[in-house]
Write a protein that binds this ligand. Structure first.
Ligand SMILES: Cc1ncc(COP(=O)(O)O)c(C=O)c1O
Length: 472
């Protein structure tokens, strides 16, 4: 029998993984995923793992979904790629019409790109150019919310607020303001209305002082994922939209994370009756199969860019794989399938099943502070004692990573956000799979916290003793 190729060595010697400290990752074995089925991923030894973070928050209907696979194969028999610059093709035109139908009146134009950062970057550039074309070139500043994350390109880093990730690039940023973001804990029923009021007051004051110079506000609808599943109270999006309208500032809703079933709806702002000036979509748009993003806007904004070529109103932005036909085909199939699951109540039932399993396991857990859940998103903060949630583990412990590695051993893939444990399961999970997700996390936490002497306070000590094989 021939031995498998040395993937691990190739990976360590030649790959550079995103958001990964290579020196730290060298302390524990890499996990190579060979195939997937439903919400499960299988490694090269055919061990299975529940995909508890939906392959970075993208997967909707599961891996190798028969309907999505069929759509992809049908498109593959036609053409894999043809440029969208100067040409069209039926699949992406169909998708554009579908997205416009879903978004409703006021968002009739769809600009495709291929990742969430670009969807937001495009919205920012469109906003900036719109104001230039409308005789208000001084509107060039942007507004984001505390803890916001909109991607890793320069403009999206500027409007986001992730100093740990992006602070070192700040001297390259465009002019941005940040206002406080509300933070409510839906599962525990703690809606911090006061925080919402603080946030809206800050936005109003900023507009009163600077609206003439502000192009756009960028808001993650309902849940700020990367901030640790920070939730907004109901009607917050509508209140921000009303302030933007009142002060003549564009509203960019970033639904890259939350749309396409993630919160139990197709689109989220729309649930609150909000039509933004720009709507940004990616991730779940293709069910998590292929990179594709879309920025939707109104005919009114689109028409401001129209004129004779020599007037230089054209939006000069595009990417090589914009509106790729394979990605568009799988997106059409994703949406079609999701519409069925929304209409027959399946998705609502699954959200309830996940919420129940999560609450049962973590509402009272002594190391799980601030448990929160909305749709298929949930999180809690790992702390020494949930009754004193302000006391945290030292950063050197990498406590979230310790728990994730113990979960991995037990057949569950999770991802930490610092010392916050994030749960973003594929909406296709069954009740049993949601239960497995929670029970396996409990077992992993027990392995980390209940060891004699307490959890390791240095990750290197944990890694030195870590046995990646499944517990007996
Ligand atoms: C709300 C939000 N916006 C934008 C992005 C960036 O998307 P991408 O990683 O596809 O560039 C993300 C990624 O997690 C996100 O959560």
């Amino acid at each position: 029998m021939t031995s498998p190729p040395p993937w691990d060595a190739w990976d360590r010697q030649h790959a550079w993984h995103p958001y990964t400290q290579s020196a730290e990752a060298a302390l524990y074995p890499a996990l190579h995923i060979a195939r997937g089925e439903g919400p499960w991923l299988f490694d090269t030894a055919d061990r299975r793992y529940l995909d508890g973070h939906s392959s970075l928050w993208t997967n909707v209907h599961g891996h190798r979904d028969p309907d999505l696979d069929a759509a992809l194969r049908t498109q593959l028999d036609q053409v894999a790629h043809a440029t969208w610059l100067g040409l069209s093709h039926p699949t992406a035109s169909t998708l554009a019409a579908t997205l416009a139908r879903l978004a409703g009146p006021g968002l009739a134009r769809v600009f495709f790109s291929d990742n969430g950062s670009c969807a937001v970057e495009v919205a920012l550039k469109l906003s900036r150019q719109f104001w230039q074309l409308s005789g208000q070139p001084e509107k060039r500043e942007v507004v984001g919310f505390a803890g916001g994350y909109h991607g890793d390109t320069l403009a999206t880093m500027a409007v986001g607020d992730s100093a740990d990730f992006h602070g070192r690039f700040a001297d390259w940023f465009l002019p941005a303001h940040h206002v406080p973001a509300p933070h409510c804990l839906e599962m525990t029923g703690t809606v911090r209305e006061a925080e919402s009021a603080t946030s809206l007051r800050a936005l109003r004051e900023l507009f009163t002082a600077r609206a003439a110079h502000i192009a756009a506000v960028v808001l993650e609808s309902s849940v700020q994922g990367a901030a640790g599943m920070r939730q907004q109270p109901p009607d917050f999006i509508a209140a921000v939209a009303a302030l933007c309208r009142e002060h003549g500032v564009h509203l960019i809703l970033d639904e890259v994370f939350v749309a396409f079933g993630r919160l139990g709806h197709m689109l989220v702002g729309q649930q609150e009756g909000v039509t933004p000036d720009f709507l940004c979509l990616a991730k779940g748009l293709t069910g998590g199969y292929l990179p594709l993003a879309a920025t939707l806007t109104s005919d009114r904004i689109h028409d401001a860019f129209c004129g004779a070529f020599e007037e230089n109103r054209t939006f000069f932005h595009g990417h090589t794989f914009t509106a790729n036909p394979l990605a568009a085909a799988v997106a059409c199939a994703t949406v079609e399938k999701l519409e069925r699951l929304l209409a027959d109540g399946t998705l609502r039932a699954r959200v309830a099943a996940f919420g129940n399993a999560f609450a049962k396991s973590f509402a009272e857990h002594p190391q799980a502070a601030n448990p929160r859940q909305r749709g298929f998103t949930a999180a809690f903060d790992l702390v020494p004692d949930a009754h004193s949630p302000q006391v945290s583990f030292p950063p050197s412990a990498r406590i979230g990573l310790q728990v994730c590695l113990e979960a991995r051993r037990r057949g569950l893939i999770l991802r930490q956000l610092g010392s916050t444990l994030a749960f973003v399961p594929p909406p296709c999970c069954t009740e049993n799979e949601f239960r497995f997700l929670c029970e396996t996390t409990l077992a992993a936490m027990n392995a980390v916290f209940a060891r004699p002497g307490g959890p390791h306070t240095r990750f290197a000590d944990f890694a030195a003793r870590f046995d990646p094989s499944p517990p007996a």
